[in-house]
Write a protein that binds this ligand. Sequence first.
Ligand code: ACK
Length: 942
Amino acid sequence: MLVGVGSCLSDPLTFSQKKSQVKVIMCFLGDTGMCSSAPGLVWQGPLCGLGEWEEIGEVDENYAPIHTYQVCKVMEQNQNNWLLTSWISNEGASRIFIELKFTLRDCNSLPGGLGTCKETFNMYYFESDDEDGRNIKENQYIKIDTIAADESFTELDLGDRVMKLNTEVRDVGPLTKKGFYLAFQDVGACIALVSVRVYYKKCPSVIRNLARFPDTITGADSSQLLEVSGVCINHSVTEEAPKMHCSAEGEWLVPIGKCLCKAGYEEKNNTCQVCRPGFFKASPHSPSCSKCPPHSYTLDEASTSCLCEEHYFRKESDPPTMACTRPPSAPRSAISNVNETSVFLEWIPPADTGGRKDVSYYIACKKCSSHSGLCEACGGHVRYLPQQTGLKNTSVMMVDLLAHTNYTFEIEAVNGVSDQNPGARQFVSVNVTTNQAAPSPVSTVKKGKITKNSISLSWQEPDRPNGIILEYEIKYFEKDQETSYTIIKSKETAITADGLKPGSAYVFQIRARTAAGYGGFSRRFEFETSPVCKCFSLLPAPRQKYSSVVVCFFFFPRRCGYSKAKQDPEEEKMHFHNGHIKLPGVRTYVDPHTYEDPNQAVHEFAKEIEASCITIERVIGAGEFGEVCSGRLKLQGKREFPVAIKTLKVGYTEKQRRDFLGEASIMGQFDHPNIIHLEGVVTKSKPVMIVTEYMENGSLDTFLKKNDGQFTVIQLVGMLRGIASGMKYLSDMGYVHRDLAARNILINSNLVCKVSDFGLSRVLEDDPEAAYTTRGGKIPIRWTAPEAIAFRKFTSASDVWSYGIVMWEVMSYGERPYWEMTNQDVIKAVEEGYRLPSPMDCPAALYQLMLDCWQKDRNSRPKFDEIVSMLDKLIRNPSSLKTLVNASSRVSNLLVEHSPVGSGAYRSVGEWLEAIKMGRYTEIFMENGYSSMDAVAQVTLE
Ligand code: ACK
């Protein structure tokens, strides 16, 4: 009996339950049309003929047609009516759900049927891999449940057309076969089965984190989570394997891992979209496409980077998001500071860093020949502080350069892209010429003999003398008494410091001096003098059997004065207290000896002249190295002018050539109207020549002798003034002439005197006036200051002495100083205080100046600038020259202080004058009343 109607209430194939999705695999509906597209839906029902179930066409409460299966055998006993479904594929699901909608008649509302009427029915299933399930026996079915109605209906409901529809859901699982049959067993109820829906749950296909997860049927177990791997969507790559978990309820839970849009694509709405031209995405990790950075572009879609514009570059390590850059411009405002053989360079950063922060600097070093102008790379000897390349700071120091060498330093600014455009090197050049380096410190000092009052030391030349060592300076002081120290100067590498306190420690430091000045002091060396040992015997008492015992007492005197050391004449000793005496100043003259290659020195300071420019006219004299000629020089673009040409004779040795050209190296450094001017040298062809300005009147001594008495005093003073001015220039340059004499002064047709003859070691060798001293050196005794003779202390002050002699030569028209006295007698006489007498008719002021120049104490001698000023004063005020030295004092002035005249050694004035080779003045002495030695002894300077 048909007792109710019903239908599926929603989409028959799929419907959502919250977030999960349900796949309906079988649906019987009241309205068959609604189920028509469901696969495998064959409702066997009445066809099975297993009871009283009937398929009934009905209308629902809204009069819509529906199909129901009904049974209503409530009045009969032992009902067993089966309604069977056809085989239902489970589509791989292992847990399926069965939703039943049905109406059930309330038994109480049935008159008389109470005994047999039931209000439940049973639901069964049978698993099978195939569809042929016709012969399944009832007992093969497995019961799913007994289904009861929540609400049963009555006659009344039927009359009111109220549908009391029940919905029950049961699930079955785990299923192990491909499909199953369902069966509904009626045991005597009044049922209308309105709809049966069989479904399973699945997690629906989804894109999460750019990974696609497929439809996934939930697991059999209601608490089971299925791990599902996702697949990265188009244009995406796996960042971390994407996974999600499908719950039994069909919900996706716990996403793990993800995909990222690959380079050139960006994420938009769960897809990866291509980057447009002009945009790029370098890495999957970049969030989105970016506009190309400055100075770059791209014309293509899906660009992973942008291309640099012309002249712009990208370093490999530059991120693609960085602008393209270019090499920097040149550094600016480079300045150099030369200190001996070190050069310090400083600059400011380039105006254009090329858009980069990694600007560093590279120093290229070139050594350039001043002669040819050609440059070559410096080589490995140069040290760069802190380094040559990759300089971050804008300064650098080059050390260990060659002395007197032209260098060009190119400071190049470099950045990360410089090497991509090597043609665009941007640098600033700095040209410098190194000076001479001071010697390195003495490193090894050995003690020699030590006594109670003296310590002997010896040492080795510094590792890097950087030139010829002119002398050593040895500073020493008693330990902890540094404010009172002594300085000894020595040309040797050994000294003895004496006058020391016994048993005392002394600290020694040594430094060397070359033409470049002093090097640094050595480290401190400490040595101790021997103690005073006063010994006496303790004689054993007569009855004692002990042998005698010597007991020593050491006496340490409280303090020793610095008694003057007995000194090697090569040594000079000075005492200092609280830093008084000043040390010699810095020199600007460069000693050509310091050049390893003398040719380099000569080309540094002298122009090379082509021999074809020179016309030799006549021989005017003979020099040490060859003839001296006069001639003419015709330089390009200049008019021809007369010159003097010194030639180097054929067959010269290398040393002779070096010495010969050495003079040019020196002369070439000077530029002064009273210094002979060097025109140049001829070294590339033979004979080797030195070409100087021509001095028409030749050497001053010969000229004066030839013109005895021919000049006014003012003219003579003019000559002297010129010489003094030249000498002032030389002393300012730090050049000590050592051989200043009238024979080495040249005079031109205007009576301008010029200092000449600048030799090196040979200065004194080739001078016929030079004589060997006891120390072996050759010195022009008559012109040389006593300290220079005694211990080779050649200084500008010793040049002043020589200048005094030149004054005397000039004022006496070339007279030979000390006439025919022997060198030995001259040394002795000068040492004893004798000085040349005033030349005849010599203004007293000039003679006084000579005497001043001959002060024994060289520090008391006037300086050349003072001499120049004094002569200028005299020239400006000629009347001051009128006072002449009178005849008697002129002669007596030979007998200055320290004269031994009163010593009783000579019996008569004549004998004494003879002894000092002044016999020819005897008459004048007599005439002036100095007839006895006693009278002579009364003679004063006045
Ligand atoms: O006294 P004198 O004529 O002058 O003889 C000597 C000679 O050469 C040997 O030195 C003369 N002499 C040297 N240099 C020059 C010069 N620059 N001008 C003229 N004569 C010179 C010097």
